[in-house]
Design a protein around this ligand. Structure first.
Ligand SMILES: [Zn+2]
Length: 460
């Protein structure tokens, strides 16, 4: 990469009062950057990115700055911080499109078991003892891991939506929650209450109608979620077709696959999506396509629980948008989008016996743009002036990023969390070179989680 000179305007801007605003706007300038916007194609250019408050206000080549300044003569900026990226890459943050953050407590506690045994004997008894405050700290532990792995938004399903929203707001993590109701916990009424309470509550949190899965909900309860979808003209998300026994059980109960049953109830008349979608047939895929649904794939969890390999290539061929999630740390066990990205393409190639399918650029799109769209976050999908400043910096000086043949492919095939040196959410740098800026130390969170672990497992 050729060296980029500092902008000719550097140091020449003047601060102007923030019109009509109380307090000071935070402005950050990134220069000498490689930029992967994830707009349209995955082209990488050398340029600058500026943020003001929570938004990107400039994202283009250095050459275009003169034009920008001519077109925006009223803009006279002084930056609070100017960051020399030294050729490192700026790109949209990863969107973890399915997780259960509060399950950090169960990481490496009950492994190497079949899903049903793991869920019924290891997960549910522990969850019965968790308090809302426990889940606050368990979620913050997950947030540490999200940030150092470049994840700027999560699609979270767990037990106590209000304390999860607090944990995310306090740490500055963007979080879209989805209802987790089943026959035993939460309810359609509770999901509706959270839908109205959390949406619009603050800039970090939102909430989507959802439930745990067909196999944990009665048909009457499922119908209530479909009714909610119609009442609010809103999408619905849930676990669908994760394992073969789940699909067989539904066929036995209703003579239909889970996706067909849910669709027959009108569940997806306003769109939505399914987590996992491993065991789907042609009729299921027709529904996904017809309803404009998202397939959120979780290859790490599906691999560890031996659930199967999702037919990602079939979804892509049909134009069904695919997003990627880690699933919870109890079943994965890490919250690492680099590993998921590699597994999506690696397992897909194995399943099809075709090394040419599911290319790296497509996978990057799943991990950024598609994830944002699935979660309803239209303003944090790519890097562009006017979008939210949810971005990460990838260190290009590390050996696994060299030689520089194809940066996007390096990220998917050889990248790792250690390449992430900066994570910004809504214009605030929340992680930078090993340091967190989330309102409390990582050590305090680790200590709290150890206390929770000791208390809960002693009671069991
Ligand atoms: Zn899940």
């Amino acid at each position: 990469m050729k060296a980029i000179k500092p902008s000719p305007f550097r140091g020449r801007w003047h601060e102007v009062p923030d019109e009509g605003k109380k307090g000071r706007t935070m402005r950050i300038r990134f220069y000498n950057a490689r930029i992967l916007t994830m707009k349209e194609n995955a082209e990488i250019f050398e340029g600058e990115l500026w943020t003001s408050d929570d938004k990107i206000i400039y994202c283009d080549t250095t050459d275009q700055i003169t034009d920008y300044y001519k077109e925006n003569p009223e803009v006279m900026l002084v930056f609070d911080r100017e960051i020399d990226c030294k050729g490192n890459l700026l790109m949209p943050g990863f969107k973890n499109a399915h997780t259960h953050s509060g399950m950090t407590l169960m990481r490496s506690r009950a492994d190497d078991l079949p899903l049903a045994e793991w869920l019924n004997e290891q997960v549910f008894p522990v969850e019965a003892k968790l308090t809302a405050e426990d889940i606050y700290y368990l979620t913050q532990l997950a947030i540490l891991e999200y940030l150092d792995g470049g994840i700027t938004s999560i699609f979270d399903m767990y037990l106590t939506p209000e304390s999860i929203a607090d944990a995310c707001r306090d740490a500055g993590m963007r979080c879209v929650q989805v209802g987790a109701a089943n026959n035993f916990s939460q309810s359609a009424e509770f999901v509706e209450e959270m839908y109205n309470k959390i949406n619009g509550k603050d800039e970090y949190n939102s909430y989507i109608i959802g439930f745990h899965a067909e196999y944990t909900c009665s048909k009457e309860l499922l119908q209530k979620f479909s009714d909610l979808a119609h009442k609010y003209k809103a999408p619905v998300f849930t676990h669908i077709a994760e394992t073969a026994p789940e699909v067989a059980g539904c066929r036995e109960r209703y003579g239909m696959s889970p996706l067909q049953l849910l669709d027959s109830l009108g569940m997806f008349d306003y769109g939505g999506g399914g987590y996992h979608l491993v065991h789907t047939d042609e009729a299921d895929m027709d529904i996904l396509k017809k309803r404009g649904m998202y397939a959120v794939t979780n290859p790490g969890s599906n691999t560890k629980l031996a659930s199967g390999i999702a037919p990602i290539n079939d979804y892509l061929k049909r134009g069904i948008p695919v997003a990627i999630g880690t699933d919870g740390p109890g079943s994965n066990n890490c919250l690492n989008m680099f590993r998921e990205m590699f597994l999506v393409t690696g397992l897909g190639k194995l399943r099809e016996n075709d090394a040419a399918c599911i290319d790296a650029i497509e996978v990057l799109k799943m991990a950024t743009v598609n994830g944002a769209h699935a979660m309803g976050l239209k303003d944090s999908d790519c890097l562009e002036a006017g979008k939210l400043a949810d971005l990460i910096m990838i260190d290009m000086s590390q050996p696994n990023m060299h030689p520089v043949n194809n940066i996007a492919k390096n990220i998917v095939y050889s990248g790792s969390n250690s390449n992430v040196i900066l994570t910004m959410i809504g214009g605030v740098i929340r992680y930078e070179k090993g340091e967190y800026n989330i309102g409390r130390s990582s050590q305090e969170i680790y200590s709290k989680v150890e206390e929770i672990k000791d208390r809960i497992y002693k009671e069991l």
